[in-house]
Structures are given as structure tokens and as C-alpha cells.
Design a binder for this molecule. Structure first.
Ligand SMILES: Nc1ncnc2c1ncn2[C@@H]1O[C@H](COP(=O)(O)OP(=O)(O)OP(=O)(O)O)[C@@H](O)[C@H]1O
Ligand SMILES: [Mg+2]
Length: 279
């Protein structure tokens, strides 16, 4: 495999001014394949955001190495190239929106890349279309819903044409409908545009749609595999402070009532079709 991102024995320690040290990552080894969608889960403080911030050079390793398309993030000279390769979307879109009109906001990144105006216009149009935001192009971002704002923030990253986007809990502030819309957009971008996607999330119903997932715990990768493989080890999931996906919870409830259920149910559609067959 020729991974897009590789963390090799990566450790990171925060050092506060007071001299206090927090070891947030402790020897992480991880590969992110080109074109895949990888979920990173784990309880609060397990090191997800610290890990993700290494993927576009916002942090550099205290020990070990991170390679992005073969470029070491420890070498400051590589940082501009790495920032072009990997875009970040955070929890709160307000921190990412800066202009007073949606289309200007989306154009901001490409303008900073020094691209010609015609290319910028094409990129803005493409980003608006990819996320079905054409109707909002002349709106002020601060008058949009949280879900719409998050989609505009994602459009701004898309307009930079990154190979990879890291989403750090992009749906944390959204209601269920907004969350669904943003998740659908993330999955569509991965599928249709081949953007390698890393999704940090506490929602197991988001993780189940990814190709692969890892579970972090106290700065190390505790579990790794397809969602079916990871959720198939239910006792470990609970001990790491995570939930099951809703369909897996329901399947377990039915098992306890004596109904025979397959072990690998994680999607709502799977449980529905299985129950329909039983009937
Ligand atoms: N700027 C910082 N200075 C000092 N310690 C920090 C800093 N940011 C994070 N930490 C510590 O590093 C550890 C990992 O934090 P991190 O934010 O990576 O976790 P996380 O898995 O993203 O958590 P959450 O689910 O709450 O977002 C925690 O112990 C946290 O307190
Ligand atoms: Mg975090």
C-alpha cells in the first residue's frame, strides 16, 4: 500500500507554560489509504484531535513521524504543500467563516493560493454544486442555520481541492436533521470525488458508514478494523466508553428476548430486512 497519510510511532506531549506536561499521543502507528473514509472515535481526551492536527501540520510530532503523501510534517518547509493536500473542518463553523457573503467565503482559500479569477470562479461554482448550496451563494453566512454554515465551511475547504479532508466532529453542534445532511454530504464527496476522508466522531451511527474505523484510548490506537469487526467486539467497545450503533443495540435486545439474530448487524436497513424475512 502507498498510503496518503502515515503516522509512525507518533507521540505528542503538550507542554504548558507552567511546565506541566500532558502526554496526549503515545506511539501511534496508523496508515490512511488513498480514497478511503476512516472514522476515528474514542472518549473525550483520548487524543483524536491531537492526532488529526498532525495530519495537516497544525502540530508536529514530539517523537516519531507523520508523512503526508511522503512529506514529513516535521520539516516546516513542507507545511504549505501539506496544507494544500489536507483540509480541516472543525466542530464550530463560525471559526471558519470570515466573509460577509457565502460565495466570497468559499473563494477566500483559492484566492490565497493566488489562482487566476476564472479558476477561482470555477472552483466556487463546483464547491457550491457539490454541496447543493447554489441557492445560498449570495446570503450572509451569519444568517444561515448551523447545518448550512457547516456546509459552507466544507465548501470552502473543497474549493482548495485537497486530496484529503479531516473532519473534527463536524456534526457535534447540529440537530439530527442537520447531522444527517452534513454526513450525507461527507459520504458523497468521498464517493463521487474520491476525497480521502477522516471523520472524528462520537456518533457510532456515523462511524458505521465508514470503510474503516479506529478507536483511540489514552493516546493509543486501541482497536482498528471495519465497523463490523470493531462492533463485533461489543465488550471492548463498552469498556472503551463508547456506544453501539442503534441497530446493534436493537439486535442485542431482541437476542435477549430469545430471537435469533446475526452477530454482524450494524445498519438499520440490515435489521429491518432481517426482521421482515422472519415475519
Ligand atoms: N492545548 C492543550 N494543552 C494541554 N493539553 C491539551 C491541549 N489540548 C488537548 N490537551 C490534552 O491532550 C489530551 C488529548 O486531547 P484531545 O483534544 O486530543 O482529545 P479528543 O479525543 O479530541 O477529545 P474530545 O472528544 O473531547 O474532542 C487530553 O488529555 C487533553 O486534556
Ligand atoms: Mg477533539
Amino acid at each position: 500500500m502507498n498510503p496518503l497519510i502515515e503516522a509512525i510511532n507518533l507521540s505528542y506531549t503538550y507542554r504548558a507554560g507552567s511546565g506541566k506536561e500532558v502526554k496526549a499521543l503515545n506511539g501511534v502507528n496508523l496508515q490512511v489509504a488513498r480514497g478511503e473514509i476512516l472514522a476515528i472515535t474514542g472518549q473525550n481526551g483520548s487524543g483524536k484531535s491531537t492526532l488529526a492536527r498532525h495530519f495537516n501540520g497544525l502540530l508536529t510530532p514530539s517523537k516519531g513521524e507523520v508523512l503526508i503523501d511522503g512529506l514529513s510534517a516535521a520539516d516546516r518547509i513542507n507545511i504549505p504543500a501539506i496544507r494544500k493536500l489536507v483540509g480541516m473542518v472543525f466542530q464550530n463553523p463560525d471559526n471558519q467563516l470570515i466573509s460577509s457573503i457565502v460565495e466570497e467565503d468559499i473563494a477566500f482559500g483559492p484566492e490565497n493560493l493566488g489562482l487566476p479569477p476564472t479558476v477561482i470562479r470555477d472552483r466556487v461554482n463546483h464547491a457550491l454544486e457539490s454541496l447543493n448550496l447554489q441557492d445560498l451563494r449570495h446570503e450572509p453566512p451569519n444568517q444561515l442555520s448551523e447545518g448550512q454554515k457547516q456546509l459552507v465551511a466544507i465548501a470552502g475547504v473543497i474549493a482548495m481541492k485537497p486530496k484529503c479532508i479531516v473532519f473534527d466532529e463536524p456534526t457535534a453542534h447540529l440537530d439530527p436533521r442537520g447531522r444527517r445532511k452534513v454526513l450525507e454530504s461527507i459520504l458523497r464527496l468521498n464517493r463521487d470525488e474520491g476525497i480521502t476522508t477522516i471523520l472524528l466522531t462520537h456518533y457510532m451511527n456515523e462511524a458505521i458508514h465508514c470503510d474503516r474505523m479506529i478507536v483511540m484510548d489514552r493516546g493509543i490506537v486501541e482497536m482498528e478494523g471495519t465497523p463490523c469487526e470493531v462492533f463485533g467486539r461489543g465488550d471492548r467497545i463498552l469498556s472503551l466508553g463508547l456506544d453501539y450503533p442503534v441497530a446493534a443495540q436493537l439486535a442485542q435486545g431482541l437476542r435477549l428476548k430469545g430471537i435469533k439474530m446475526p452477530n454482524d448487524i450494524i445498519h438499520t436497513e440490515e435489521i429491518l430486512s432481517y426482521l421482515c424475512q422472519l415475519k
